[in-house]
Design a protein around this ligand. Structure first.
Ligand SMILES: Nc1ncnc2c1ncn2[C@@H]1O[C@H](COP(=O)(O)OP(=O)(O)OP(=O)(O)O)[C@@H](O)[C@H]1O
Length: 296
């Protein structure tokens, strides 16, 4: 049996501060097999981004962070890697797309030179000409109409949607096995967001890239993900295939989250009661979604 691309077991996280430790993750487990698109969905502050940052090996460097449990990437326990080895994985075997492309692209360098830097991470000796050729092909893959012109542009000269496509192209340029997409396109308008997500979906399908998709938008998750984990206050409360979970949400928190999705005919956005005791009910795992036996 092949190891999952990503396996997380009993992950805990606390931040130490002057007033003691604040626990943020309380033992979460999830896995992503090769080519699977898996969503981690929950409200603001539930622990989605910190989970992503641990997978990327970024929180491990923070002195105040206390991390427990296991994170295995392609069968390898990340805690056995040095900071340098974790750094080498980022942008090569695993990469990330952020919510707002304008804050991730550097406004003082042309897109072409930023692309060159990205490609150098996987192939340090790549020539400028080869990098340009590869970058052009990558931009054409995300349906950018004039790739050569885009490479000579600065991010502020492109629209938000085009920048998001550039980000997707850069994130996939080195053919990572894991893509972490943290609320991609939330900063864009809904139609553009839908277009960029369907582009991203087509590309990850083509390359069999595994995706950890982080979102609070259930509509988007339903379209994009094969499987879903619902996270509430640092705990996974429900896990299932998208189709099953949306057709038959069983945990009280998932139901509240789903009922809070604004509907065109509804009367505004209902509030989720944030302190309901029932949200701490035991985790629900839908049929056929047990954790794989092998971690790494
Ligand atoms: N460096 C840090 N030091 C202390 N607390 C932190 C730090 N980073 C995150 N937290 C806390 O961890 C909790 C989880 O944060 P996280 O950013 O993962 O939430 P999220 O689910 O991604 O929310 P959002 O959708 O708003 O991004 C929050 O209570 C946050 O305040």
């Amino acid at each position: 049996m092949t190891a999952p691309t990503l396996a997380i077991r009993d992950l805990t996280l606390g931040f130490r501060g002057w007033a003691g430790q604040v626990d943020v993750l309380h033992g979460i487990s999830l896995h992503i097999m090769k080519g699977e698109r898996v969503a981690l969905v929950g409200e603001s502050g539930s622990g989605k981004s910190v989970t992503a940052r641990i997978v990327l090996g970024l929180l491990q460097q923070l002195k105040t962070a206390r991390i427990g449990g296991l994170v295995a990437f392609e069968g390898q326990d990340l805690s056995t890697l040095s900071a340098r080895q974790r750094h080498a994985l980022r942008g090569t075997r695993m990469s990330m797309i952020f919510q707002d492309p304008t804050s991730s692209l550097n406004p003082v360098y042309r897109i072409g030179s930023q692309f060159h830097e990205v490609l150098k991470r996987a192939e340090p000796g790549i020539s400028a000409a080869d990098a340009r050729r590869k970058a052009q092909a990558a931009l054409a893959d995300v349906a950018i109409p004039d790739p050569a012109r885009a490479l000579d542009s600065y991010s502020f000269q492109l629209s938000g949607g085009m920048n998001q496509r550039v980000m997707i192209a850069m994130a996939l340029a080195n053919e990572p096995s894991l893509l972490i997409a943290d609320e991609p396109g939330t900063a864009l308008d809904v139609t553009v967001q839908a277009q960029t997500l369907s582009l991203m979906r087509a590309l990850v399908e083509k390359h069999h890239t595994s995706v950890l998709f982080i979102s609070h938008n259930l509509g988007v998750v339903r379209e994009f993900a094969d499987r879903v984990y619902v996270i509430y206050k640092g705990r996974i409360v429900e896990h299932g295939r998208s189709a099953d979970l949306f057709a038959d949400p069983r945990h009280p928190y998932t139901r509240a989250l789903l009922s809070a999705v604004p509907r065109i005919t509804g009367g505004g956005i209902p509030e989720i009661d944030d302190v309901s005791e029932s949200y701490f009910a035991p985790m629900v795992v839908h049929e056929g979604c047990g954790e794989p036996g092998e971690v790494g």
